[in-house]
Ligand binder design. Structure first.
Ligand SMILES: [Fe+2]
Length: 519
C-alpha cells in the first residue's frame, strides 16, 4: 500500500510543489464554475480558461492552520505542510453551456492543467450522470486501518467466510483510492458527497488527507469533476482536536465552510452549509442536518452539539419554522414550478436500518439519529423529489417511500457498517428495499471471495430528461477486491450490485397530489 501511494505521488504530482491543494471544481452551472486551489506562499496565481485570464488575490486562511496538538505530533506525520495556506478562487462566468473547457493554473513554478464540462441548459435533453458517495472520513491513520467487516448473508454455494477474516481486505486509504478510480472511469458530470468527509472537521491532517485523495498526490479527480458537498457530523467534530468542545465544533464548521464555497442561500452566516445548485434540468438541494432544536430531543440529530453553548452564529436548525426549513420550502416550490428534476442530499439518513436510526430519546440511541429529517418527507413528496442521498450509517442501503428513492451511500472509503437486526422491533425502516450486507450474498470458495458481499462503492445516477418526464437509473457500484486462492488481493474490478433501479418521473410545473403521504 505504501509503495502504491509513493508511486502515485511521483507519477502525478512531482511538479506541483507550489500547490498545497491542486485546483478543484465547485458550483458547476451552465455558464459558470468556481475553481479553487491553495498555495504555500502568498504569491498570486493565474488561471486561463475559455480565452479569459485571471490573476488571483490570495487569501491567508488561518482557519486551516494546524492546531498546537497537531504541531506537537509533527515528527510522526511527515506529510504535514508548513505555514498558513493561501486560498485562491476564481468564479469563471460567461462560459458556453454543455461544452468542454480546458484550463490551466500557474502557481509559482508549478502548472496544473485539466478540463471540465459545463452543465447543459435547463431545457436540454442531454443525459447526465451523477455519482453519489458519503463517509470517506479520511485521516492519515486510514493508510494502516483495515476496518471491521461483519459477515454478510452467504450464497447457497458459499463455503463460508473464513473464520479469521474479520477485517476488510484492504485499508481505508486503498479502498477510497480504488473507489475513486472507478468513479473517474465512469466520467460523471459531477460528484455529490453527502457528508462525513473527514475523520474530524477540526483535525487539519484529516482535511489534508481528503485533498490528497481528490486534489493532490493520490488523485486529482476534483480537478476535472465538480463536487457538490454536504456537511456531516464529522465536520461538526474536532476529533483529536477538542472533540465536541463547543470551540472545536465551530472550528470544524469553519474549516468546512472555507473549503467549500456554495451559492448564497437566505442567511449570510449560513452560506455554504445549505445550498441549491441547478445542473441543467437537475436541481440539487443540499441541507445541513447537523443539529435540530430543541436540543437533545427527538427533533435533534446530534446530542453533542447545543445551540446554547455554540460560540458562533453559523449553526443552523433543521426543523419546521427555521430559516433553513423556510428556504428549503421556497426552493422546492420554485424548482417544481420550473419542472426541474429534484435531488436532495444531506448527511443524517432518515430511513435506514443502521445503528444511527434509533430515536435520540431511546436509551441505546447513538444520539445522532436522522429521524428528525423525516419532517421534510411530505414536502419532498409534494414537490416531486426523485431521490434523497444520505450517508451516516455506512450501509449501502436503498429504501423507497412513495416514488422517492432513499439511499445511504456511506461506503466511500471508511467504515463498512451493518444494520440493526431485522428482528429488533426498534428497527424503524419498513421501507427498506435493499441493503448490501443482506442482499448481496457472499460467495466464498475457501479463502477466495468469488463475488458479492459488502464493499466500498458508490451510486451512479443516470438521468435522461425529456420535456415532460425524466428517466432515472440508479446503479449501486462496488469496487470488488479480486483475490487469489490464498485470499490475497490481486486487483480490483468494478461490479454492480443486484439492485439497479430505473424509474420514470413526470416533470409537472406544479405540486403533486400525494395519495399516500409519507411520515
Ligand atoms: Fe455520520
Amino acid at each position: 500500500m505504501i509503495g502504491l501511494v509513493a508511486t502515485l505521488l511521483l507519477s502525478q504530482n512531482s511538479l506541483q510543489t507550489d500547490f498545497r491543494v491542486t485546483p478543484y471544481l465547485l458550483a458547476p452551472h451552465n455558464q459558470s464554475i468556481t475553481i479553487t486551489w491553495f498555495s504555500h506562499s502568498n504569491q498570486p496565481g493565474t488561471l486561463t480558461v475559455a480565452n479569459q485570464k485571471f490573476t488571483t488575490r490570495p487569501t491567508k486562511t488561518s482557519i486551516l492552520d494546524y492546531h498546537s496538538i497537531e504541531e506537537a505530533e509533527r515528527s510522526k506525520f511527515p506529510d504535514m505542510a508548513t505555514g498558513t495556506p493561501y486560498k485562491h478562487q476564481v468564479i469563471v462566468k460567461n462560459l458556453t453551456p454543455n461544452t468542454t473547457q480546458r484550463y490551466t493554473v500557474t502557481q509559482g513554478k508549478s502548472t496544473y492543467s485539466a478540463s471540465f464540462r459545463t452543465a447543459p441548459k435547463a431545457d436540454s435533453a442531454t443525459p447526465i450522470r451523477i455519482v453519489a458517495i458519503a463517509d470517506c472520513e479520511t485521516e492519515p491513520d486510514g493508510r494502516n486501518i483495515y476496518r471491521e467487516w461483519s459477515t454478510g448473508t452467504q450464497h447457497p454455494d458459499s463455503t463460508g467466510r473464513p473464520a479469521d477474516q474479520k477485517n476488510y481486505l484492504v485499508t481505508e486509504t486503498q479502498g477510497f483510492i480504488e473507489n475513486l478510480k472507478f468513479i473517474r472511469q465512469s466520467k460523471p458530470n459531477l460528484i455529490m458527497l453527502a457528508g462525513d468527509i473527514v475523520q474530524g472537521g477540526g483535525y487539519q491532517r484529516a482535511w489534508d488527507e481528503f485533498f490528497f485523495h481528490t486534489a493532490g498526490k493520490f488523485d486529482d479527480i476534483l480537478g476535472s469533476t465538480p463536487l457538490i458537498p454536504a456537511i456531516g457530523n464529522w465536520e461538526n467534530f474536532g476529533a483529536r482536536v477538542g472533540g465536541y468542545e463547543p470551540w472545536a465544533v465551530k472550528l470544524a464548521r469553519d474549516k468546512y465552510a472555507s473549503y467549500f464555497d456554495a451559492p448564497a442561500n437566505n442567511v449570510r452566516e449560513y452560506k455554504n452549509f445549505y445550498h441549491r445548485q441547478d445542473y441543467g434540468p437537475v436541481t440539487i438541494i443540499t441541507l445541513d442536518s447537523s443539529n435540530g432544536l430543541p436540543d437533545n430531543t427527538d427533533n435533534d440529530t446530534n446530542k453533542n452539539i447545543n445551540e446554547s453553548t455554540y460560540p458562533g452564529n453559523n449553526l443552523t436548525d433543521l426543523n419546521p419554522g427555521s430559516a433553513q426549513w423556510n428556504w428549503c420550502m421556497d426552493q422546492l416550490k420554485e424548482a417544481r414550478s420550473k419542472g426541474q428534476i429534484i435531488l436532495v442530499q444531506f448527511h443524517h439518513i432518515p430511513y435506514s436500518s443502521g445503528g444511527h436510526s434509533l430515536p435520540t430519546s431511546l436509551p441505546d440511541s447513538s444520539g445522532q439519529s436522522g429521524l428528525a429529517m423525516r419532517a421534510y418527507t411530505p414536502y419532498f413528496q409534494k414537490y416531486g423529489v426523485s431521490a434523497i442521498i444520505c450517508g451516516h450509517n455506512e450501509s449501502f442501503e436503498r429504501s423507497q417511500l412513495g416514488d422517492i428513492q432513499i439511499y445511504d451511500v456511506g461506503v466511500a472509503g471508511d467504515g463498512l457498517g451493518s444494520s440493526i437486526s431485522d428482528r429488533d422491533p426498534r428497527r424503524l425502516n419498513p421501507w427498506r428495499k435493499w441493503v448490501a450486507h443482506v442482499d448481496s450474498t457472499e460467495l466464498w470458495r475457501g479463502s477466495q471471495l468469488i463475488d458479492g458481499g459488502k464493499h466500498y462503492g458508490h451510486l451512479e445516477i443516470d438521468i435522461i430528461p425529456s420535456p415532460t418526464e425524466a428517466t432515472l437509473t440508479f446503479t449501486p457500484v462496488y469496487s470488488f477486491p479480486v483475490t487469489n486462492e490464498q485470499g490475497k488481493v490481486t486487483k480490483f474490478e468494478r461490479r454492480v450490485y443486484n439492485d439497479q433501479v430505473t424509474v420514470n418521473h413526470p416533470r409537472p410545473k406544479k405540486p403533486l397530489e400525494i395519495k399516500t403521504p409519507g411520515t
